[in-house]
Design a binder for this molecule. Structure first.
Ligand SMILES: Cc1cc2nc3c(=O)[nH]c(=O)nc-3n(C[C@H](O)[C@H](O)[C@H](O)COP(=O)(O)O)c2cc1C
Length: 326
């Protein structure tokens, strides 16, 4: 086995593979299995902003939310208390030696952020903020919508000392600008990218239904460009790749594009948490075949800075293929 050791957020990981936030990281047993299978770190299932606010006040509907969503949330909140979440962090810290990264899922920049201190006090090694402010107000400019991210960071930075990671979507006018601004405000890492709930339509039942919950193999195409370009910037922000990693070879692609770590979720739903062991083996086999002894021997080798033809990252039109593709 080659050396897969990786530095992420100032923490030393035995492998660049991280089990990303989902129901698969919601019990100490699952987290232990992830560690035993060779995961470098675990991101706990997200605690929702509503859960925290419920904990702080008695639960009230957020303005503009929907009654049926409130029912769902009330039940969810009842079954998934904040105390239980803090206990999950403490238990994970007692039972695991790999870094434990709790996650908060939020859609506003205020109110709940003070709670991050409880997470820090429970022993978290870092905190991941799963953040997406869906811009649905046609009167609000992109800059106004994006300012919410900066307010959020400033609130959190006043509250905790542990590294903060932002798990973002890719729908920004200028992703590289945003990452730069996150870095200036003290963010240590970005997860690129979250894969959000999206609607689909069932034309037989005439209903709006969730689009596929698990990712497909071809979804890396949206991610690779931005990792290749973001990792080439001269700022010290770690990039954790997420979406569409279904094998060790897929993880190698993101590492070559400059990711510091690679998060996995759907593949583990399909193949079980223990599949991390196979994926670590695939990364190691590829490294041996290329003569690389350490991850840093090849990380970023094919990013915008290091690749001999960086303009491939800027190309958006298939000019060559439009003229010849049949
Ligand atoms: C069933 C399910 C639940 C998820 N729950 C969360 C969550 O609570 N918080 C979060 O940040 N991401 C959540 N995610 C997103 C994953 O962590 C991951 O970013 C996404 O699935 C893309 O990675 P993949 O292609 O490896 O699945 C969830 C994904 C799935 C499939």
């Amino acid at each position: 086995m080659e050396n897969l050791t990786t530095e992420y957020l100032g923490l030393t990981l035995k492998s660049p593979l991280i089990v990303s936030s989902s129901r698969l990281t919601s019990t100490t047993g699952q987290l232990k299995e992830a560690e035993e299978s060779g995961a470098g770190a675990v991101v706990l299932k997200s605690l929702f902003e509503e859960q925290i606010n419920h904990h702080i006040h008695s639960f009230q509907s957020a303005p503009g939310s929907y009654p049926e969503a409130d029912d769902y949330l009330s039940n969810y909140i009842h079954d998934n208390s904040v105390e239980a979440y803090l206990e999950l962090i403490r238990s994970a810290k007692r039972n695991l030696s790999i870094p434990v990264i709790p996650s908060i899922n939020c859609y506003t920049a205020k109110g709940w952020t003070g709670f991050a201190k409880n997470i820090e006090d429970a022993g978290a090694d870092a905190i991941e903020i799963n953040v997406f402010f869906l811009p649905v107000d046609r009167k609000k400019s992109a800059a106004e919508s994006e300012k919410l991210y900066f307010d959020l960071i400033e609130n959190l930075k006043r509250t905790v000392k542990i590294p903060i990671v932002l798990k973002i979507g890719y729908r920004f006018s200028n992703i590289l600008y945003m990452i730069d601004q996150f870095y200036i405000r003290g963010i240590r890492g970005v997860v690129m990218f979250n894969r959000f709930y999206e609607p689909d339509i069932d034309i037989n039942r005439m209903e709006v239904i969730p689009a596929s919950i698990l990712s497909q193999d071809n979804e890396r195409r949206y991610v690779l460009r931005w990792i290749g370009m973001a990792s080439a910037q001269d700022i010290k922000i770690d990039i954790s790749a997420s979406t569409g990693v279904h094998s060790g070879q897929d993880a190698v692609k993101y590492l070559l594009a400059g990711a510091t770590t690679v998060q996995v979720c759907s593949v583990l739903y399909n193949k079980g948490i223990s599949y991390i062991k196979t994926m670590n083996g695939q990364i190691s086999d590829w490294m041996s075949s290329k003569g690389f002894k350490n991850i840093h021997d090849f990380r970023g080798k094919l990013n915008y800075l290091n690749y001999e033809k960086p303009t491939v990252f800027e190309r958006t039109q298939f000019m060559k293929y439009f003229s010849s593709f049949e």
